[in-house]
Ligand binder design. Structure first.
Ligand code: FA5
Length: 340
């Protein structure tokens, strides 16, 4: 009778273990069989009722059932653990043979892009591209441009002075003089670059911004030549007619001097913070090179003359892309820069 009871118990227990579908269900089965109030414990408690001559055999059989149940439980637990591990490995699976996504690509800053376009345009018209130092001498930034010490024009451009008497160039015009010295007449040059002014910053003024200087020296250069190149420049950048106005402008290094303004493309001329509500943006001051400047460059003004211009490159970029605050351009915000 005990033999049958234990055989039934073993069979039921092993079937329940096999049927357990989850680790929780298996644990429940384990407690039902092996727990303190489980079916095997119930049999143990009844050992006293077994005739003494059968007790040893039943005890042995009971232990065998217990061992069989424990190894079935262990096998099932291992099976669950393996399945869980496989599921995790499946979820974390990576294909090591896939090509890597690569480093994120950067892009050229809009000022650099437009600078390159203007360089291409002027190179196609026989101009060379020159570079000049950002830390400049007083001589090249002012004196050689016909702005002697104590000249009120020095106050037009608030200057960052260095302790040694040099300065951060306030415009790209010093490259005119360096260019004349280097190339001699006749010459056609442009000089893009960074310039610095000690002035308060607002929607259209930065302390650090970009200009692009241009100069042509030849025989009998006239205002008509100047206007032709300025028109070609604006057409090349905007690819459409933009309203411009020319007014007299004073710069000691040109005579006559002009301010070439373009109608504000942010507000269409209605007035906004960028154009200071005037509808016009100062973009392209220019003029015929002053004879004194030619002399400083080692060129005889009786034989040669020329024109020069100083394009506000950063402002041009604002007009071209409709950027309504100059501070965005050097703010370092990649979300902004990624749009170009
Ligand atoms: C000059 O710097 C002269 N060197 C230009 C020149 C060259 C005249 C050759 C004649 C012949 P101005 O200070 O106006 O001029 O500056 C030139 C342009 O730079 C301005 O028209 C404007 O577009 C831009 N600019 C001036 N100040 C700032 C600023 N703080 N932030 C951004 N752009 C500026």
């Amino acid at each position: 009778m005990w033999r049958h009871k234990l055989a039934d118990l073993e069979q039921t227990a092993l079937a329940a273990i096999q049927a357990a579908a989850t680790p929780d269900a298996l644990e429940k089965v384990r407690v039902e069989i092996l727990g303190r109030k489980g079916s095997l414990a119930a049999v143990s408690r009844e050992m006293g009722k077994i005739p003494p001559e059968e007790r040893a055999a039943v005890g042995k059989r009971l232990n065998a059932v217990k061992d069989a149940v424990e190894s079935a439980l262990e096998a099932k637990q291992t099976q669950f653990a393996r399945a869980a591990l496989n599921a995790r490995l499946d979820a974390e699976w990576v294909d090591l043979t896939l090509p890597s996504p690569g480093a994120p690509a950067g892009s050229l800053h809009p000022v650099t892009q437009i600078q390159s376009e203007i360089e291409d345009l002027f190179e196609s018209m026989g101009f060379v591209v020159l570079d000049g130092p950002e830390v400049e001498t007083e001589y090249y930034n002012f004196d050689a441009l016909n702005i002697p010490p104590d000249h009120p024009a020095r106050d037009m451009q608030d200057t960052f002075w260095m302790k040694d008497g040099n300065l951060l160039r306030t415009h790209t015009s010093p490259v005119q003089v360096r260019g004349m010295e280097r190339l001699g007449p006749p010459l056609r040059m442009i000089a893009p670059g960074r310039v610095f002014r000690n002035e308060s910053v607002d929607a259209s003024h930065e302390h650090t911004f970009y200009q692009l200087e241009g100069m042509m020296v030849d025989r009998e250069v006239s205002v008509a030549h100047l206007l032709y190149f300025m028109k070609t420049l604006l057409q090349g950048i905007f690819h459409r007619e933009v309203a411009v106005r020319l007014r007299p402008g004073f710069f000691p290094f040109v005579e006559p001097g002009f301010e070439l303004d373009i109608q504000c493309l942010i507000c269409g001329g209605k007035g906004c913070p960028v154009c200071k509500q005037s509808g016009w943006v100062e973009l392209l001051p220019c003029g015929l090179v002053h004879p004194n400047v030619l002399r400083f460059g080692g060129i005889d003004p009786d034989q040669w003359n020329g024109f020069a211009f100083g394009l506000g490159l950063t402002r041009l970029v604002m007009m071209r892309y409709g950027i309504d605050d100059i501070r965005l351009l050097q703010g370092g915000d990649l979300r902004f820069l990624k749009q170009f």
